[in-house]
Design a binder for this molecule. Structure first.
Ligand SMILES: O=C(O)CCC(=O)C(=O)O
Length: 278
């Protein structure tokens, strides 16, 4: 979806766009808001990210084959703490509408297939709340992915299976367990079946927001270009769920605008973690 200049200026979706994004999340499982992060801001974030990526590659090596290059650790500090990056109101207005005003964020990370990385197994993020129960439950979490470069056919765009967040009581297999047994998790019967269902690459310009239900099947694809393909990932959920944990300093927390403080109220702040699950 392309937004109007007035929506970008106000950082607020029109009533029509809000309703369309909400419906797309509920029915298709995803929506894309094209190129909403301003270029100068994106450039600052990209260059801070590439410094971190270089340090991470020095530490862990430059390719992890089928496991690819997930989670370059990112600090919750500038320039990442810009509210347009970590608490984008265009997405959060819809997420609060769908999940409630008391949502929290417990995941801030990144995914970066380097050149030469291969297919990931199709998977969901988060957990099935009631494994094996063939009932579609209401959403409890939504993610935001922010591509830091254009996602093209050749540089390993994320691939998605629209509507698959509504499928339950069906397992794609546990990729990690399979890899550990020496079996490639991308080469199972169920993965072949998923691949036969025509997943779609999400092609989008840098600085877009991919809003998605984490239950929607998705996978990373091979990066055949000669540049890394970085993407930031954040998860926002009902307050009783934790996708992961985030740690930040009280100094950073205190400088956050009020809405952002609410989102990070359950984080570990100066070593203290809130036990408030309400
Ligand atoms: O980087 C990608 O394209 C997908 C990453 C992903 O889905 C994951 O690692 O869970």
């Amino acid at each position: 979806m392309k937004l109007d200049a007035s929506e970008l200026r106000a950082q607020k979706l029109s009533a029509e766009h809000h309703a369309e994004v909400k419906t797309d999340l509920q029915v298709r499982g995803y929506a894309v808001l094209e190129k909403v992060i301003p270029d100068d801001k994106l450039e600052q974030v990209r260059s801070a990210f590439f410094e971190r990526l270089a340090a991470n590659v020095r530490q862990v090596g430059d390719n992890r084959g089928k496991q690819r290059q997930g989670g370059v650790p990112l600090p919750i500090e500038e320039p990442f703490t810009d509210p347009e990056i970590m608490a984008n109101p265009l997405a959060l207005d819809v997420y609060e509408d769908l999940l409630g005003a008391d949502i929290a964020c417990s995941y801030f990370s990144s995914d970066t297939p380097l050149p030469g990385s291969e297919y990931q197994p199709a998977h969901r993020d988060g957990q099935d709340l009631f494994p094996g129960l063939a009932v579609t439950l209401p959403a409890y979490m939504y993610e935001i992915n922010i591509p830091l470069v254009d996602f093209r056919e050749d540089n390993g765009p994320v691939e998605i299976w629209p509507f698959s967040h509504l499928v339950n009581g069906f397992s794609l297999g546990n990729p990690r367990a399979l890899e550990h047994e020496g079996v490639s998790a991308t080469e199972t019967e169920v993965q072949d079946y998923a691949a036969s269902l025509s997943p779609q690459p999400v092609l989008m310009p840098a600085g877009s927001l991919l809003l998605r239900d984490p239950r929607m099947w998705h996978r990373g694809t091979p990066n055949r270009s000669d540049e890394p393909r970085p993407m930031l990932s954040l998860a926002y959920h009902r307050p009783w769920y934790r996708f992961n944990s985030v740690t930040l300093s009280g100094e950073v927390y205190r400088t956050m605008p009020e809405r952002m403080q609410r989102l990070f109220r359950l984080a570990t702040i100066d070593g203290e973690t809130s036990r408030d699950f309400s």
